[in-house]
Design a protein around this ligand. Structure first.
Ligand code: S3P
Length: 175
């Protein structure tokens, strides 16, 4: 079976942008778990948080993760908080090679500033929130197979991910 490419990381780390390019280059199917939650509930993520609470969002997210983990040959872009549940990480890693995308708090802030759709970034001190969330989740994100710095151009970053994925999957097929 062809393993998935799974992208994790904080908001603004480039999961969706890079995931789409990887899918285009490799011919793999692109899946965005946030987008699937939006489709399933029929509401934007901000509305889901406001009307039903974060726990409800996390339940739907976990349900979707379980489903997409059964697929193969896909590029799976996840929501930044997917690592908060161990079972999500376990399922995604079972059928995929996991990449933790990261960048400096300043770069993350540049990418997400002015974004009105992310409920966790609603307040004034966005860079403070990003730093706090990144520090708190770092041990969880570090469960990924590889950590990728996304400060380079998207093309270079994508190239690095595809190279590591190819090497990883050809090594594990020899086991
Ligand atoms: C979240 C990140 C968001 C989205 C939700 C919660 C988080 O996804 O799932 O707003 O907890 O970090 P992105 O990382 O794609 O922005």
């Amino acid at each position: 079976m062809a393993k998935n490419i799974v992208l994790i990381g904080i908001m603004g780390s480039g999961k969706t942008t890079l995931g789409k390019i990887i899918a285009e280059k490799t011919g793999m199917e692109f899946i965005d778990t946030d987008e699937m939650v939006i489709q399933r509930v029929g509401k934007q993520i901000g509305e889901i948080f406001e009307e039903h609470g974060e726990a409800y969002f996390r339940d739907i997210e976990a349900e979707i993760v379980e489903e997409v983990s059964k697929k193969e040959n896909c590029v799976i872009s996840t929501g930044g908080g997917v690592v908060l549940r161990d079972e999500n990480v376990d399922s995604l890693k079972r059928t995929g090679v996991m990449f933790f995308l990261t960048a400096s708090p300043m770069t993350l802030w540049e990418r997400v500033k002015g974004d009105k759709l992310r409920p966790l970034l609603k307040g004034d001190n966005v860079i403070g929130v990003l730093k706090r969330v990144l520090t708190a989740r770092l041990p969880l994100y570090e469960q990924a197979d590889y950590t990728i710095n996304t400060e380079n151009s998207p093309e270079k970053t994508v190239e690095a991910i595809i190279k590591l994925y190819t090497k990883h999957t050809s090594l594990s097929s020899q086991e």
